[in-house]
Design a binder for this molecule. Structure first.
Ligand code: HEC
Length: 322
């Protein structure tokens, strides 16, 4: 029997493939406004999250800026000291004078005795300098107007508690996965990124999110995992920035960035520049701007990220083998 051969007009119909998705640039303007509003709001949220991290974890070692020490203090704790001591040398440093902090720490080291608490004037310091924030109305902060709570903080500093880790873990997993769900959906309509790289950019945040949360728990067990917290956080940030930039550019600046390229307009303009100095400055600026081109940024960040990941892997292997 002869196989069925469709007539030419039917072949045409079969071959006109429906597009798999609507490219970002072809979405209706209201939808673009919706996407843009969401992306911008989430970006502001991300900024606040970074500020919050800088002020809580970033100050854990008493110095501004996030370091591996900060992460170790936050999750593993400062096992050679007490919670009060770590905090008074860290994020609570500005809340009391050097002398007052010294007095409190001295009292803790002397055994945190109840009589000394009143006799040595520690209670006065705490009431004047700490209780305005640390009182019974402040949720989540220990109430320092009660001696027992102060006493409890004079125990060995073992970092984040099991309860607090459980709480922030589930909040982060639920909350952040939602953010990346929407950012990922928007970015999935991008057409200028290869499918392979799109899959990486969309999938990476989830891998890093889980790695991040897992590394909090691992750091609580052993400080060597602190580096993993930072790497996972940066990986999440990098894919966020990439998806964010590409999505917005495709929606609003598709032609100048992806079609004519920045180059064509520039070269036309450059031909007419007479002054050599102006030309040189312009070339410099142009090359600088081109470095922020999403494709260039993606390539570069891979070049930087891959050796980092490899080093980390080797480091972990060597630790495990020991
Ligand atoms: C301006 C408000 C404010 C003042 C004043 C303040 N704290 Fe805090 N304190 C906080 C906040 C917010 C946190 C939670 C963030 C952190 O851990 O850095 C905190 C956390 C702490 C913690 C860690 C609690 C825990 O369960 O991990 C200790 C200990 C602490 N403070 C001690 C003090 C002492 C002692 C003083 C007085 C010298 C003081 N604080 C004054 C706001 C304050």
């Amino acid at each position: 029997m002869q196989p069925y051969v469709p007539p030419p007009e039917e072949i045409d119909e079969i071959q006109v493939k429906a597009p798999k998705y609507i490219p970002l640039k072809d979405h209706d303007t209201p939808v673009k406004v919706l996407f843009t509003g969401y992306l911008c709001t989430v970006a502001v949220g991300y900024l606040f999250a970074i500020i919050q991290i800088l002020f809580t974890h970033g100050m854990a070692d008493g110095k501004f800026g996030l370091s591996v020490d900060d992460i170790v203090y936050s999750y593993y704790g400062n096992r050679s000291g007490t919670v009060l001591e770590t905090k008074l040398n860290g994020s609570m440093k500005d809340n009391a004078s050097d002398q007052e902090r010294f007095d409190i720490i001295q009292w803790v080291r002397d055994g945190a005795d109840k009589d000394d608490y009143i006799d040595n004037g520690i209670q006065k310091i705490v009431e004047n300098k700490c209780v305005m924030c640390h009182n019974k109305d402040a949720s989540g902060l220990p109430d320092l107007s009660k001696f027992d709570n102060v006493k409890a903080l004079s125990a060995e500093d073992t970092g984040a508690t099991f309860a607090s880790l459980t709480r922030i873990s589930h909040i982060h997993l639920f909350g952040i996965s939602f953010i990346f769900m929407f950012v990922g959906i928007i970015f999935s309509f991008a057409e200028t990124t290869q499918t392979r790289i799109k899959c990486i950019a969309i999938g990476m945040p989830y891998v890093f999110l889980i790695a991040d949360i897992l590394s909090w728990w691992l750091t609580k067990i052993h400080p060597m995992f602190a580096m993993l917290v930072i790497i996972a956080g940066m990986g999440m940030g990098a894919s966020f920035v990439y998806m964010w930039v590409v999505s917005l550019l495709e929606m609003w600046l598709y032609k100048p960035v992806f079609v004519s390229g920045l180059g064509i307009h520039y070269l036309q303009w450059r031909d007419n520049v007479k002054s050599e100095t102006v030309g040189k400055i312009a070339d410099y600026l142009f090359n600088l701007v081109r470095k922020f081109h999403p494709i260039y940024v993606m390539q570069k960040s891979w070049e930087i990220a891959l050796p980092l990941l490899k080093n980390l892997w080797d480091f972990l292997l060597s630790k495990i083998k020991k």
